[in-house]
Design a protein around this ligand. Structure first.
Ligand SMILES: Cc1cc2nc3c(=O)[nH]c(=O)nc-3n(C[C@H](O)[C@H](O)[C@H](O)COP(=O)(O)OP(=O)(O)OC[C@H]3O[C@@H](n4cnc5c(N)ncnc54)[C@H](O)[C@@H]3O)c2cc1C
Length: 393
C-alpha cells in the first residue's frame, strides 16, 4: 500500500513552500501536505539565487496588485511567519525602482504610470530637473523621463523568505521529503499518485506543480500538458564602488541594464535581447554581458561607477514564459485536481505570497478569495490570448 497525502507539491523552494504554508494555515484545510523537493540545498534553485526585488512598476493590473499585496505581506511576515517566537528578518529596503526612459520610451512609461496609479501604486513621474535634484549621482544625458516608486518597492532577503515559509509550513504540519518526482499517475481527469526517483509511490488527492525553471515543464509533460516555459540564463555581477550613493533605488537604465545596492556593494545585470537568449541548462556566467553591455552603460549613467572593483558573479535560470512573460497559475489542463504555479519570468520571488495564498484558496474553496488570479489561467495559452507584460527585467 502506498502512503497517501491530500496535497502533494512538486518543488519546495519559495513557491512550493508559500503554497504549503498558505494551505496549512487555511482555516478550511486540515489535510496532509507533502512537499517533494529534489535538492534541499537549493543551490541551483532560482529562489536561492534571486535578486529578490519587488515592484509595482508593471504594465498589467494583476501584476501591480500582486506587487502591492507582496509589499504588505513583507511588512507583516515577521508576525505571520514567526515560529516559537523567532521572527524572520526579511530586511525589506524600500528604496524604490527608478525606470529611466529616452524620448522614445517616455510615452510607454507614462502609459504604464496611468495603469499603476489607477491600481493605487505610489509611483511618481520625474522630469530630468526633478531627477537631478532627487538623485544627484545620475548623469541624465539622453533621459527624458523617470518613474520612481516612493513606497512598497525595493528589495528584501528572498532566501530568508523561502526558509521562513518552509519553517512555518512545517510547524503547521506540512511534511518535506528530499526526492525527485519522476512520474505522475492519472485515472481519467484525476491525478492519483506520484512516483519518486527512490522508487516510492505516493497517492494524492491533489497535485501542485511548483518545480520552477528546473522542472515545471517536465512535470507538466508527465501530465501530458505542454507549457511554454523555458530555462533562460541570467548572470548577476557584484561590484564595489568607492563612493556610496545615498538612498540609491534599483536603477533601470534606458538600455535595460539594472543595478542596485547590496549591503556595502552593488549588484547588476541585464536581460539579453531575445536573439541572444537561447534555452539553456548550464550555469556558466556570461562575462561578456558585463564587459560589453553592463559596465559601459553603468559608467555612463552613474559617473561614480567609472572606478569600480568587480567581484563575484553567478548565473541562474528564469522560468521564462515565452508565450507572454507572465505566470501560469491555477488548474493545469483538463485535470480536476492538478494545479500549477510556474513561468514567473523573473518576478516569482515577489509574487510568492500572493500566489501561495491564491492557490491555497483555489484548492480549498474552489475559488480565488483574496486576489483574482484568473488572468494567469493556463487556458489563455490554448486560446491564444496573451496577457502581455511589457516590463520584464
Ligand atoms: C538571477 C535571478 C534574479 C531574479 N530576480 C528576481 C527579483 O528581483 N524579484 C523577483 O520577484 N524574482 C526574481 N527572480 C525570479 C525568482 O527568483 C523566481 O521566479 C522564483 O524564485 C521561482 O520560485 P519557484 O519556487 O517557482 O522556483 P525555484 O526556485 O526554481 O524552485 C523550484 C524547485 O523545484 C525543484 N524541482 C524541480 N524539479 C523537481 C522534481 N521533478 N521533483 C522535485 N523537485 C523538483 C527544484 O529543485 C527547485 O528547488 C530572479 C531569478 C533569477 C534567476
Amino acid at each position: 500500500m502506498s502512503e497517501s497525502f491530500d496535497v502533494i507539491i512538486g518543488g519546495g523552494a519559495v513557491m512550493g513552500s508559500s503554497i504549503a504554508y498558505h494551505l496549512a494555515a487555511h482555516p478550511g484545510f486540515s489535510g496532509r501536505i507533502l512537499v517533494v523537493e529534489k535538492d534541499m540545498t537549493y543551490q541551483r534553485s532560482a529562489s536561492a539565487l534571486s535578486l529578490s526585488s519587488i515592484r509595482q512598476q508593471f504594465s498589467t493590473a494583476i501584476n501591480i496588485r500582486i506587487g502591492l499585496y507582496g509589499a504588505g505581506f513583507l511588512r507583516r511576515a515577521k508576525q505571520a511567519l514567526a515560529v516559537d517566537g523567532v521572527e524572520p528578518d526579511l530586511a525589506f529596503r524600500e528604496n524604490g525602482y527608478l525606470y529611466m526612459a529616452s524620448d522614445k520610451g517616455a510615452p510607454v512609461l507614462a502609459e504604464n504610470h496611468l495603469v499603476q496609479s489607477a491600481e493605487g501604486a505610489d509611483i511618481v513621474l520625474l522630469e530630468p530637473a526633478a531627477l537631478a535634484e532627487r538623485f544627484p549621482f545620475l548623469n541624465l544625458d539622453g533621459v527624458a523621463l523617470g518613474a520612481w516608486g516612493r513606497k512598497n518597492e525595493g528589495w528584501f532577503d528572498g532566501y530568508t523568505l523561502m526558509q521562513a515559509f518552509r519553517r512555518k509550513a512545517k510547524s503547521l504540519g506540512a511534511e518535506y521529503r528530499e526526492d525527485a518526482i519522476v512520474a505522475i499517475e492519472r485515472a481519467g481527469a484525476q491525478v492519483t499518485a506520484v512516483r519518486l526517483a527512490s522508487g516510492e509511490r505516493l497517492a494524492c488527492g491533489a497535485f501542485v506543480n511548483a518545480a520552477g525553471a528546473s522542472g515545471a515543464a517536465e512535470l507538466a509533460e508527465m501530465l501530458g500538458v505542454a507549457i511554454p516555459v523555458r530555462r533562460r540564463k541570467r548572470s548577476v555581477f557584484v561590484f564595489a564602488a568607492k563612493q556610496r550613493l545615498a538612498d540609491c533605488p534599483l536603477l533601470i537604465d534606458k538600455t535595460g541594464v539594472y543595478v542596485r545596492p547590496e549591503g556595502e556593494n552593488y549588484i547588476c545585470g541585464v536581460s539579453p535581447p531575445e536573439q541572444d537568449d537561447p534555452d539553456c541548462d548550464d550555469f556558466d556566467v556570461v562575462w561578456r554581458h558585463f564587459d560589453e553591455t553592463i559596465w559601459p552603460a553603468l559608467a555612463e549613467r552613474v559617473p561614480a561607477f567609472e572606478a569600480i572593483r568587480p567581484g563575484r558573479a553567478w548565473a541562474c535560470h528564469y522560468d521564462l514564459n515565452i508565450f507572454d512573460h507572465n505566470a501560469i497559475v491555477g488548474r493545469l489542463g483538463e485535470h480536476e485536481n492538478a494545479y500549477i504555479a510556474a513561468g514567473f519570468s523573473g518576478h516569482g520571488m515577489q509574487q510568492s505570497p500572493a500566489i501561495g495564498r491564491g492557490l491555497a484558496e483555489l484548492i480549498v474553496e474552489g475559488r480565488y478569495a483574496t486576489l483574482d488570479l484568473s488572468p494567469f489561467a493556463f487556458e489563455r495559452i490554448a486560446a491564444n490570448r496573451p496577457l502581455l507584460e511589457r516590463n520584464v527585467i
